[in-house]
Design a protein. Structure first.
Length: 204
């Protein structure tokens, strides 16, 4: 049953939860491409900004992929550069991948030690990190809509890679049982009327 809930209330839930990654509450926003993960993560970060006195860092896993073939194998990079330092109470940093230049850029993106860190992207809530998560979110939407969104964003020339990517997503989510273990299942294509800047639609 779909329910409209406020990002502000979810922010309070996150802040009331335990910090399991060192001193940081780790929130993973997972789901297939085009479902609306980035938007959800951005809105939750905005809702957290007030109570925290500033917007929490958001890491997008797409920035850590070494191209299309690195769909789920990027994780050691995320762990070494970001999660491991935070685990020890130290700031992390990473080099952002340029999909245009097809290489990692030299400039480091800092990830400070903060009360909350949001990690957004496919496989962000995978089994290996579940013990350290304060909240696991899975955003879903119909496959046809997700495909249309991705093509509108990146152009029709990516269709062959995108179809292969979608197959990889389905395989990963099935083996990982990501949806089963998610704390929150979000409708990324809701039909219930609501203010999308302040509210989201929960499916479970």
């Amino acid at each position: 049953m779909a329910v409209v809930e406020a990002y502000a209330e979810l922010a309070r839930r996150v802040l009331a939860g335990p910090a399991r990654l060192g001193r940081t509450r780790l929130v993973a926003v997972d789901g297939p491409s085009g479902a609306g993960k980035s938007r959800f993560a951005a809105q939750l970060a905005d809702a957290l900004a007030g109570p925290l006195g500033g917007r929490p860092p958001v890491v997008h896993t797409d920035d850590l992929l070494d191209g299309w073939d690195d769909q789920v194998t990027f994780w050691p990079r995320l762990d070494e550069w970001v999660l491991a330092p935070l685990r020890d109470g130290e700031p992390g940093s990473y080099r952002r991948y340029s999909w245009v230049r097809q290489c990692f850029l030299p400039r480091l993106v800092p990830v400070p030690v903060a009360p909350v860190l949001l990690v957004e992207g496919v496989s962000a809530a995978r089994a290996v990190v579940r013990p350290e998560l304060t909240l696991a979110v899975f955003v879903t939407a119909p496959a046809s809509l997700r495909l249309a969104r991705a093509v509108a964003r990146d152009g029709p020339e990516i269709l062959p890679e995108l179809r292969r990517w979608h197959e990889g997503e389905r395989a990963h989510f099935a083996v990982d049982e990501t949806v089963t273990h998610a704390d929150l299942l979000v409708d990324g294509a809701p039909t219930l009327p609501h203010d999308a800047d302040r509210y989201y639609v929960r499916l479970r």
